[in-house]
Design a protein around this ligand. Structure first.
Ligand code: GLP
Length: 264
């Protein structure tokens, strides 16, 4: 795992977007795993800008989102499908037929989850997976005690997640769907490369647990410590409780792979 600390949330998001853009330029048929949440909005805004200003080409890219609420139709403005359309898909030249979000309205949810896993495998697996983190340490919607080998499945959301995501439902926790479909922790860590973005003071404690604490199913993101190619981009606010800050800064300043990004 590598941790990169940027001065603020905007420069962290821009670096994440640049890493995605470089992966897409290197492999136009990239299979990209996508995440939702407020943290990702700046990443998608930057990717849309790179498309408009620099011609970043999404025409051959395939995408798989991490999760979706159960019971929300794709046209519901609160659905993650609607989020992705608004923040990215409608702003770049991606072929929507190549974009996948679990269908939370499927009549047979276990079959939907099975088909989602098969679709990922059918594309040859995910090349690069973008991740945020929930305040309880979830990645996707893998709430505490999700098995580290879990696969795409239906899950009950934790009260802390309902509270965290209520802002996107007019501040009313009661309006947040109680269940979701999510890629499993096992599904996520099969991606060839992982890029997690964490910003803001409110994520500092859970980030420290995920990156520097023990690997535990109580903090799903701690499973990323198993991954051979995982980068975690954070801002100073989120980094404030990390014990290894100086070491992470030294790596970013000295490793050749980061030289092209140091001014980003
Ligand atoms: C939701 C998503 C997660 C995301 C999290 C963080 O719970 N299922 O994938 O990481 O939100 O959201 P935010 O970026 O708004 O803090």
């Amino acid at each position: 795992m590598e941790v990169v600390i940027r001065p603020d949330a905007l420069s962290a998001a821009r670096l994440a977007a640049r890493l995605v853009a470089d992966a897409l330029r290197a492999k136009p048929r990239l299979v990209l795993g996508l995440a939702t949440g407020r943290t990702m909005e700046r990443v998608y805004a930057e990717l849309a800008r790179l498309h408009t200003d620099e011609g970043l080409d999404f025409s051959l890219c395939r995408t798989f989102n991490l999760d979706e609420y159960v019971g929300l139709s794709p046209t519901d403005p609160h659905s993650y499908r609607a989020y992705m359309n608004a923040h990215l898909f409608d702003r770049v030249n991606i072929d929507k037929r190549n974009t996948h979000v679990p269908n939370g309205m499927a009549a047979d949810l276990p079959a939907e989850c099975h088909a989602y896993e098969a679709a990922i495998k059918g594309c040859g697996g995910i090349d690069l997976q973008l991740l945020g983190i929930g305040s309880d340490g979830h990645i996707g919607f893998n709430e505490p005690l999700s098995a580290l080998r879990s696969r795409t499945r239906e899950i009950a959301l934790a009260p802390s997640t309902l509270a965290q995501n209520a802002a996107l439902f007019g501040g009313d926790t009661g309006r947040v769907p109680r269940r979701a479909l999510t890629m499993g922790v096992g599904t996520i860590i099969e991606a060839s490369r992982i890029l997690m973005l964490v910003t803001g003071e409110s994520k500092a404690a859970v980030l420290a647990k995920a990156v520097e604490g023990p690997i535990t199913s109580m903090i799903s993101a701690s499973a990323l410590q198993f991954h051979a190619q995982c980068r975690v981009i954070v801002d100073e606010e989120a980094a404030q409780l990390l014990e290894g800050k100086d070491h992470y800064r030294w790596i970013f300043a000295n490793e050749p792979e980061w030289v092209p990004y140091q001014g980003a």
